[in-house]
Design a protein around this ligand. Sequence first.
Ligand SMILES: [Zn+2]
Length: 203
Amino acid sequence: MSIEQFFKKISAQRLDNSGAPSMCPPAGSSATVGSTIAYTESIKKSIDANQINIVGNPIVKQTCPFVAAARLNDVRQRGGESLLTEQEVAALTLRPEVFAWVPENIFPGVRMKCPACESIVSSGRWSRNRTLHGLAKQAVYITKEYICYKCAAVPTSKRSATTSGDSCKQKPRKQKQFQADAPEALAVLPAHVSSMWHFANSG
Ligand SMILES: [Zn+2]
């Protein structure tokens, strides 16, 4: 589909939607635009499935909105559905960049370590989305949180054998939970990795 054809379709759609167009896709549509939150969730799933490569660059840029609109319209057209509304096209153009701080995906060979015992932690789960404020624009900031089960698995006898004094007062070590951008987690990463994270955390 050419750009000219695309805008002709958009114009036709504008006439068809002379009432109050809705952001909702047609019922059962296979091609939805979705909210920023839904878009960010799709980015997370794509990173987990290795469908988005962030090696060396944690910034996920949006697909050109015109290309994305043309693809969605093609899918809808094949399914006999109505084309994108103006609001949906606008939503496509406003999709933000996403900064994904997942060191094991950015740096080949790097594994996350528990800040307490420095054991390798195999997998993490996505934490809440935050906003990355730049000088001229904002991006969505995402990272993962991890749990070290080895911290919790250390037997009491082994711990007390390594310490002197009253072992009865030793408290069992709890599972260690941490985020990839926590200062203690950055501290056990290689310097070339931790030096890439140079932001101020405002909460
Ligand atoms: Zn640990």
